[in-house]
Design a protein around this ligand. Structure first.
Ligand SMILES: [Zn+2]
Length: 297
């Protein structure tokens, strides 16, 4: 199978310059190492009608192209269920009936990381299971046998993070992100994952899950986020941060692209030109401050 990198946006709204910069980096990492570059729409949750088309248009406008057809997670339920089935057969799952509130209020297990699932439903007996099944639908959790796991990251080096009995399928039937992302990356031949460093804390869970499914763990590069002038992760409320809004404020897409390239120490111009100057080891490790745009019109 061809080795590949990817960008995997959630179509919950328009991409902002932070998302576009991450997409650009994922593209540069993949293309500079001769990988194909795939686009996957992570639309299991919070998808907004029409958002995907706008996201794809904006990616193309900034110069991020991709190979093959766009893959959508909502088309891939069979793959996810197959993986959950394999884990179930191996005794690596259990049903959980807890509400969010019950989890928050349960005393946490000794030495458990903060926010970890306290294991309430881990060892229900047959009678308890039967009763709980009659009260509400179950989520499916992983029966983890470790409390932490270590991954290698191109920017962060060795990173150890918490692993708990995380959810694989929510009680509303929706596949959980941690399961879908592992199954998709493996099935698509993706061996290089470049994404925002807000996802680094959940990466040990995903790598551990991959190991249980006998899936090779991809190379990771968690790249710094773009922040506003207060140092807070950039969001739509920070004014003109999407291509459409920036264009309306007098900054055309080529100028946005050049600003993003400059933030990576790369020359202005097309992404193909930037590729010639790109050095993965030279990617800045600190968050980049988006200064905003003074309305020129
Ligand atoms: Zn539970």
């Amino acid at each position: 199978m061809t080795l590949a990198g990817r960008f995997a946006p959630s179509p919950s709204g328009e991409l902002h310059v932070g998302n576009l910069r991450t997409a650009m980096l994922a593209w540069l990492f993949a293309r500079s190492t001769g990988r194909t570059f795939l686009l996957r729409v992570e639309d299991l949750d919070r998808a907004r009608a029409g958002a995907e088309a706008v996201q794809l248009r904006d990616l193309a406008a900034i110069g991020v192209d991709w190979d093959g057809a766009v893959v959508r997670q909502t088309d891939r339920g069979t793959l996810y269920e197959e993986a959950i089935g394999r884990l179930q057969s191996a005794g690596l799952t259990y049903e959980c009936f807890c509400t969010r509130r019950e989890i928050q209020e349960a005393p946490s297990a000794p030495h458990a990381p903060q926010g970890a699932y306290p294991g309430t439903c881990r060892n229900l007996d047959a009678a308890e299971l039967e009763y709980k099944r009659s009260t509400r639908p179950a989520a499916i959790r992983l029966r983890a046998s470790v409390s932490e796991y270590t991954v290698r990251d191109a920017l962060h080096g060795s990173y150890t993070g918490a692993v708990d009995d995380f959810v694989l399928r929510r009680n509303d039937g929706v596949t959980a992100y941690n399961l879908a992302v592992v199954v998709d990356d493996a099935e698509q031949g993706i061996d290089q994952v470049v994404r925002g460093d807000d996802l680094l804390p959940s990466t040990p869970r995903q790598a551990y899950l991959a190991s249980l499914l006998n899936i090779p763990v991809p190379e990771y590069a968690h790249v710094p986020l773009v922040v506003n002038s207060d140092g807070v992760r950039l969001a739509k409320r920070d004014g003109a941060v999407t291509l459409a809004d920036l264009d309306a404020a007098g900054m055309p897409v080529g100028e946005v692209r050049d600003r993003l390239l400059a933030s990576l120490g790369l020359p202005p111009g097309t992404l193909d030109q930037a590729l010639a100057a790109f050095n993965p080891a030279g990617v800045p490790t600190a968050a980049w401050v988006w200064e905003g745009v003074v309305n020129k019109r």
